[in-house]
Design a binder for this molecule. Sequence first.
Ligand code: NCD
Length: 360
Amino acid sequence: MRKNMIDIAWESFAALPLEDKAPYLRQADGTPFHTLFAQQFDPPLLDRLCTLANCIRSIAKTRAGMDFMRQQICHKRAMLYFSQPSSRTFLSFVSACQILGMQIGEVRDSATSSEFKGESREDSVRTFSSYFDLIVMRSPEKGLAEHMAWVLSNSERPIPVINAGSGKDQHPTQALLDIYTLQRSFERIGGLRDRTIVMVGDLARGRTVRSLAVLLAGYPNVRQVFVAPEALQIGEDVQAVLRQRGVEFSLSDNLRSWLPQADAVYMTRIQDEWDQARGESAGIDTSRFKFGLEELALLRPHAIVMHPLPRRDEIDTAVDRDPRAMYWRQMRNGMWVRAALIAMTFGCERRVLDYQRANL
Ligand code: NCD
């Protein structure tokens, strides 16, 4: 059932479990209005999104197709509000908006906005909503995108918010492109079911894995393996979600032992920007959580290596030349899936699918 954020006070909304928040964020056709966390997506909706991403991708191959795509929401403007460093997520959102013909504004440093003069974030976001029709936001604060979505839904210009990374908590659109990458990679060998996905690195503070684990939980017989030093293991909260949904998962500190049965290995970097004390992460032995040619030799021929990027030294660049190295293609997939998400948010799904059916 769909619910409306006008009917609930912020404190009551904030206190709900994520599954109970999801109905407040939906449009009548089941697609998200605000995209805030992974719990809003189940495999049928993810399939819809991946189909739309493939469709946009093939339409955009021709000039006529690109002209059509650029007509879709050329009357809408997007504000990219990134108060945390970003290269890929930012640029892929820019490209996604451009594919759909949107105009873009950006704030990447709050020192250049009125927040610096003491303006509250609520007021900043309401200001953006006076000029724009979509806010894509990245913030070091967990829950800020949710709060802004509630503020806007309760304003006279209720425009959608897309979370492009919230603190150590969630990165739902990265998880969408990860699922899209897995689906494309396993398309010819039975799809995303009966698989073993091995996630490696700083799982305690890596928001990409935290969102991906939730999405993977919806797929039949997909085993999740979390490989990390003990201090950086996946959070209890994610484990509780997996237990509740009956997902088979393992915690390990031995990467090599899992490689022969992996279908995908998802590497991540140490997120030392979150260290409480200086040098805290440097004191952890991460040498066994790296992927090089010796690890590659243990991987099956169909298995893939993923990484949300940026990488440091957790994947040896020598691996890049192997066809199983998927991270560069994974990055480009982000542009298509984000274009699909924005197209869906603005109700263009049917029109785009119909164009493909009629023209390609
Ligand atoms: C990730 C992030 O920002 O969480 N980057 C990204 O969006 N691709 C991963 C990271 O910073 O390690």
